[in-house]
Write a protein that binds this ligand. Sequence first.
Ligand code: UP5
Ligand code: MG
Length: 196
Amino acid sequence: WSADEVTVIFVLGGPGAGKGTQCAKLVSDYGFKHLSAGDLLREEQDRPGSEFGEMIKTYIKEGTIVPMEVTIKLLENAMKDAREKDKKSLFLIDGFPRKLDQAHAFEKSVVPSKFTLFFDCPEDVMQERLLNRGKTSGRADDNLESIKKRFRTFVETSMPVVDEFESQGRVVKVSATRGPDEVYEDVKTNFKERGL
Ligand code: UP5
Ligand code: MG
């Protein structure tokens, strides 16, 4: 695809920064198709007959990053579906790319992103949110041990992606510490400035 046919915005931020929450708001106001890489991996994990199920399970529990061939394929398939069935051309890709090679591969082989929406949030705030969600989410990685591992992977492996995009002037950074509605006001202001 070319960037004229398809608009992709990457949505990044640490575990529990509020990526999913903000994407849901953007979907109802702007008509984006929201694709969470984590959600797609969890669906694939639970799909009967998936050859990747066990592998995905282990990576998620350990807070490490699933090989990109799997994730990019899932994203590409979901994008194709949304384009064909729902005529969607605006995409929020949530929680991806988490590693520099993934960023390079996606922008080369699928489509370049318009920009990255980055939610900036301190670890203590994210930890509290995740532990709280863990009471009801049923997510295998919403426990203190997995959360610590996710934070580490985020700092060591995923922040370099944000830093590289930032150095290219392609990051919209929003502070994610306030309530969901306040954060969303900032998001909308930034989208307006970027012509959306
Ligand atoms: N909440 C949200 N916003 C709030 C606010 N402003 N104020 C107060 N509370 C707020 O929110 C988390 C919780 O906080 C919720 O309870 C919410 O109500 C509350 P959410 O919107 O879900 O945050 P989000 O950033 O989406 O958190 P999530 O846990 O989904 O982030 P992760 O990045 O950790 O999870 P993801 O699903 O993206 O990935 C999971 C794993 O999949 C990864 O660790 C990795 O192992 C694997 N993965 C890959 O390998 N490759 C990929 O490309 C993607 C994932
Ligand atoms: Mg999420």
